[in-house]
Write a protein that binds this ligand. Sequence first.
Ligand code: NI
Length: 199
Amino acid sequence: MKRIVFVVIASLIVVAAATAGRFYLAGNQASATQSTGRVSIGGPFQLTDHTGKAVSDETYRGKYLLVYFGYTFCPDVCPTSLGIMGDALDLLTPEQLDKVVPIFISVDPDRDTSEVLADYVPNFHDKIIGLTGTQAQVKAAARAYKTFFAKVNADDPDGNYLMDHSSITYVMGPDGLYVAHFSHATPAEAMAKRLAELL
Ligand code: NI
């Protein structure tokens, strides 16, 4: 009886592993296809980092950028995405990590000041840079990345509004051009594996 149970469990593990492998391959092929096309994502931005320094897209030339748009008051999506990003960064070698600048751009600059971002981003990884700006600057950056965001329940009397926002992590090359992107569902291991191939 014990042996039968063992065989059943072993078979389930093999099936699960094969399924996971297939999904991973499918995802990998998708990002490989996306990275060969010249997609017009990204572009110039003028923002302020979490130390209060004015920065632009050119500040980070020569590095691969991981770009994610969100906001610090986000109850679930942003913490999950940034947690995955932080875990993926932890899986890179120091040499690979040195080539990457992970960036979190706030779509809620009214609440996300540099000081708020400075408290927030190190929770996920000490390399992550938080960027904010004026409403116009943030809108321009989001437009460049074809990223959607919108205020939800804007007339909440307590001002506890939420922001709808896309949850894609973009990979930009050292030349500032789009390389690939990861969906919200990409696990840290898959993200790290793909980054290691790119870097
Ligand atoms: Ni969010």
